[in-house]
Design a protein around this ligand. Structure first.
Ligand SMILES: Cc1ncc(COP(=O)(O)O)c(C=O)c1O
Length: 469
């Protein structure tokens, strides 16, 4: 199992920070961590409404003492606490999550999807989306016909490039990775011919049962069009695949003309037979405008899941003793934010809009900056929190990397780190077409820091090309 986002380059970045703190001389004054999509770690401001709600839920006596707390925060907090066992966030929640939060999640989904019903019984809350994604993948571990009897493993189709949680979990669970390439030339879109090629190329080896989609994409930043989603749904129907839609960046859409369409909405609107497909879709409090990664809140909504399988799923998560209750409180704040006319509304809206406007600005800034460097091309960052530029690596550098048993873009990213202090994730950690090289950078850096990063990067890149030409 390998998880590139926290791999050797990220580890070396932490070491370099320590060396600098201990007075070591380096060609750079500080380490710039452009490797992770962790908004608060990059200095993003907390959303007041979310933190006030947490304060009340964690310490209910503050509601009596702190006279500055808005009345709607207190109402939200009391409704939440009233739904906790023993009226305390310190109690285990039900297996699927605090009841009132599940209800608010289903109302949120229905609002988002233009009124398409959502049933709170189909929603399970979890420690971030990761836990739900892993638990759904766990359903496909089939010990009877895979590793133990040496027959076909269950195959899981994932995009390439992909978020490495998928490849790591597939490896850990003994499943089979069936990669389908996103088309870089058409802004990382997905085409049916490629899905067919990938499916047919792996069907002998694997019993392919699942198709995973990440929309908006990580690391690629694309937002799938509705037509593209319909094509994927038709393909999943044709091949009888279970759909997993990772939609954790649903609030992070920046490009003009791009719009988020949930898989659930499109699938239901397509009508039968497509509306009968099995679907699990995921959301999280880690991204969007709130960026509350450390709180660990997420959920899965199931559609058309076999009731017997769902019963087993719930039993399985019960055995893990449920997800964090304060994380569920953050989900509640996200899916049931202040409404117009309530005391917290104006500040909440101002803070949310400011974060999203700033991310939008940075998405354009990052794309334009990298596209303007010789030997680098960068697709528009339509959504999510990353750019995934393609870099030209001279043959001499490729050969040196290979002689060290390293991917060429790993070699590049390590040289970049050692020379400039900039930490990015090499494209090989996400997967990419053979012979192409990329890196992933977050767009979360503050503009001043990004300017600094760009100056260091441009200088390094020119020197790297000259050195290995
Ligand atoms: C595409 C994607 N899915 C899932 C996750 C996991 O999110 P969480 O923090 O909710 O577990 C991430 C985190 O970066 C992600 O980028």
């Amino acid at each position: 199992m390998e998880y590139a986002v926290r791999g050797p380059i990220a580890i070396r970045a932490v070491e370099l920070e320590r060396e600098l703190a201990n007075g070591a001389q380096k060609p750079f004054p500080n380490v710039i961590k452009a490797n992770i999509g962790d908004a608060h770690a990059m200095g993003q401001k907390r959303i007041t409404f979310i933190r006030q709600l947490l304060e009340c839920i964690a310490n209910p006596s503050s509601m009596k003492i702190d006279k500055t707390l808005p009345s709607d925060v207190i109402e939200h907090a009391n409704a939440f606490i009233g739904s906790c066992r023993g009226n305390s966030a310190g109690a285990y929640s039900r297996g699927t999550g605090v009841e009132v939060v599940r209800k608010h999640v289903s109302e949120y989904i229905s609002r988002r999807d233009g009124g398409i019903p959502s049933n709170s019984e189909d929603i399970c809350l979890s420690r971030g989306a990761s836990e739900s994604i892993r638990n759904v993948l766990k359903l496909f571990i089939n010990r009877n016909n895979s590793i133990y009897r040496n027959k076909k493993k269950v195959g899981i189709m994932i995009p390439i490039p992909q978020y490495p949680l998928y490849s790591a979990t597939i490896g850990e669970f003994g499943l089979g990775q069936v990669g389908y390439y996103l088309r870089e030339v058409s802004n990382w879109s997905l085409d049916e011919a490629e899905l067919e090629r990938s499916f047919n190329g792996h069907r002998k080896e694997y019993d392919i049962r699942v198709l995973c989609i990440i929309n908006p994409g990580n690391p690629t930043g694309q937002v799938l069009s509705r037509e593209n989603i319909e094509t994927i749904i038709k393909f999943a129907h044709k091949k009888k695949l279970f759909l997993m839609a990772d939609e954790v960046y649903q609030d992070n859409v920046y490009a003009q003309g791009s719009e988020f369409h949930s898989f659930k909405k499109v699938l239901v609107e397509m009508g039968e037979p497509y509306s009968k497909l099995e679907l699990a879709s995921f959301h999280s409090v880690s991204k969007g405008y709130m960026g509350e990664c450390g709180m660990r809140g997420g959920y899965v909504e199931f559609l058309n899941l076999d009731p017997e399988v769902y019963a087993l799923f719930k039993e399985m998560i019960s055995a893990e003793l449920y997800s964090t209750v304060l994380g569920q409180a953050v989900i509640d704040a996200v899916v049931n934010p202040p409404k117009e006319g309530e005391p917290s509304y104006a500040l909440w809206k101002k803070e949310r809009d400011a974060v999203l406007a700033s991310l939008k600005e940075r998405a354009t800034l990052v794309e334009k900056a990298f596209s303007s460097i010789d030997g680098i091309s960068c697709n528009p960052v339509q959504g999510a929190m990353y750019a995934f530029p393609q870099i030209t690596i001279p043959q001499k550098a490729v050969e040196i990397a290979q002689s060290r048993n390293q991917h060429p873009d790993f070699f590049y990213a390590m040289e970049l780190l050692e020379s400039t202090g900039i930490c990015v994730v090499p494209g090989s950690g996400f997967g990419q077409r053979d012979g192409t090289y990329h890196f992933r950078t977050t767009i979360l850096l503050k503009p001043e820091l990004f300017k600094d990063m760009l100056a260091r990067f441009t200088d390094f890149h020119a020197k790297f090309l000259a050195q290995y030409k």
